[in-house]
Design a protein around this ligand. Structure first.
Ligand code: NDP
Length: 506
């Protein structure tokens, strides 16, 4: 880490599955970031002036490039992140669909909106709101999804007419650089999308210079970003940590419950803000659920990613994360939990932790309260849905939660009592692919949302225009004040909002 002054330092990028160094990137200084943002600011003007159709054409080129280069992108993601090939493919699918979705929706979601007012004081005014791009959006991405949580968030920002400067994680910067190449090879306007590589200081320099920050990462760093954005009075959107719960109700299909649980907990090696990190099972089905879950956990293949189908759980991407995972498992075991499957890190080369199934857990244990971000899953028996609800909400996080059950009415009623930004029923995580559905955390899981109308509108400033089409020489409320005019206004207010209303409610 540096204080952002020029260093010329180079950062080595390793393959978490082998330990081999697979590339180097430079560490952009604060000055270099400022230059990139200045170039982006100049390029943004022309980009914003293009109509939606022209921007959509650039997106279509990008989408075709993405699909034509999918093997290269997949290899790059797998190499720098260590995830299973299937998990990398999901990132490409997401970005291809995001290109198509935002190209189509931007026009509609950002259109001018006519405003009507019933106030007699603005009679004759025509009013509307319009959306103006913020300028330069800084996207700061994490290491768990080098494409989806980085470039994926740049797409709606660009669709709204902004330029984007992306700072990927120093641990996985190579995929973002591939996107810079995509932009060049697709002849996008120069500097509309740029990547600055570096560690935390480079991220700070981005927050110091852009007009809006889209940040995905830890709650700890999210607070720093929000504090700095507050000092600069620029808005930010934060997608932070989670401790997502899954509740299995007694009327659930256990096959579905087990499959959703395993996918939710172990896809991407459990390194997702939306990973299922704790499960509560109603007592009548607990034993049967655990028996099936254990059987399936035993069949999970973990290790160095290979061809399709060869590995289910890849490496631990972020070196310090191995210590966190070990700490959470050991803390649970020392307090009386049992590991039915796994429980240990795996000797190198590379960084791996065994897929681990923990039972006899409770809320005194770190594995039930703190973000683990690894291939581990604690499961707890609960008396009923009410106890599950209390435990689900007993968390400082509130990103997502899931319910598995067959009575939809009961499941929906329970979902609405969860303190989480999104609740899925008979699913986990699939909501992320529904780009029209907002996704964002409550409590310490973040501020703002991605996806949905707000997922693109946040990248704009709102301007309100009010035009008086029939201007008189003077309105009755204007200076010099006339007592008779104000007596009339007071009487009018009384009729409209005072005794008149009271009369109506009688
Ligand atoms: P961080 O929140 O520190 O990193 C996220 C991004 O922010 C990275 O690009 C990072 O750069 C950058 N950054 C770091 N410091 C600053 C700063 N002061 N200002 C601006 N940007 C900054 O997460 P970590 O990588 O340290 O992971 C820690 C924990 O966060 C994990 O253990 C996991 O629990 C959680 N996490 C949550 C994610 C989510 O999807 N919500 C994703 C990843 C992690 P660099 O990486 O180069 O230091």
């Amino acid at each position: 880490m540096t204080d952002g002054s020029p260093t010329g330092a180079r950062i080595a990028v390793d393959n978490p599955a082998t330990g081999a160094v697979v590339g180097h990137v430079s560490e952009a200084s604060a000055e270099e970031v400022a230059h990139a943002v200045a170039r982006a600011r100049r390029a943004q003007k022309g980009w914003a002036e293009l109509d939606d159709r022209s921007r959509a054409e650039f997106f279509a080129r990008g989408r075709r490039w993405l699909l034509a280069h999918r093997q290269e992108i997949t290899d790059c993601i797998v190499e720098e992140n260590g995830k299973a090939v299937e998990d990398a493919i999901v990132e490409i699918v997401y970005c291809a669909s995001a290109f198509a979705y935002w190209a189509k929706q931007a026009r509609k979601l950002l259109a001018k909106t006519k405003i009507r007012s019933l106030s007699p004081f603005v009679l004759g005014r025509s009013m509307y709101t319009r959306r103006v791009p913020r300028g330069v959006v800084g996207v700061i991405g994490p290491w768990n999804n080098p494409l989806l949580n980085s470039f994926g968030d740049a797409i709606p920002a660009l669709a709204a007419g902004n330029a984007v400067v992306l700072k990927p994680s120093e641990h996985t910067p190579l995929t973002a650089l591939l996107m810079e190449r995509m932009v060049r090879e697709c002849d996008w306007p120069k500097d509309v999308f740029q990547v600055v590589t570096g560690a935390g200081a480079t991220g700070r320099a981005v927050v110091d210079t852009v007009d809006f920050v889209m940040f995905t990462g830890s709650t700890k760093t999210g607070r720093l970003v929000a504090a700095r954005a507050g000092e600069r009075l620029i808005p930010c959107s934060l997608e932070l940590g989670g401790k997502d719960a899954l509740v299995v109700l007694a009327d659930a299909s256990l096959e579905r419950a087990v499959n959703v649980t395993i996918q939710g907990a172990l896809s991407n090696g459990g390194q997702m803000c939306t990973s299922v990190e704790r499960v509560y099972v109603e007592e009548p089905v607990y034993d049967a659920f655990i028996t099936l879950l254990r059987e399936r956990f035993d069949q999970v293949i973990s290790g160095k990613p290979g061809a399709l189908g060869s590995t289910h759980v890849g490496a631990v991407t972020f070196p310090p994360q191995l210590t966190v995972i070990e700490d959470h498992v050991n803390d649970a075991l020392s307090k009386g939990a049992r590991a039915l499957v796994g429980g240990h890190s795996v000797k190198g080369p590379g960084r791996f932790f065994e897929p681990t199934l923990l039972v006899d857990v409770d809320h005194t244990m770190k594995c039930m309260r703190e973000e683990t971000f690894g291939p581990t899953l604690p499961v707890m028996k609960v008396a009923d849905a009410e106890e599950a609800l209390r435990l689900v909400n007993d968390s400082s996080y509130g990103l997502q939660a899931s319910i598995i059950g067959s009575d939809m009415k009961r499941a929906r009623a329970l979902a609405e009592r969860f303190e989480a930004g999104c609740v899925t029923i008979n699913d986990a995580q699939t909501n992320y692919m529904a780009l029209g559905l907002p996704m964002g955390g409550w409590k310490e899981s973040g501020l703002g949302v991605r996806h949905g109308a707000e997922g693109i509108r946040k990248y704009t400033r709102l301007q309100a225009i009010s035009a008086n089409r029939f201007p008189m020489r003077r309105d009755m409320h204007m200076i010099p004040y006339e007592p008779s005019a104000y007596r009339f206004i007071v009487r009018l207010v009384d009729v409209l909002y005072g005794s008149g209303l009271r009369g109506r409610t009688k």
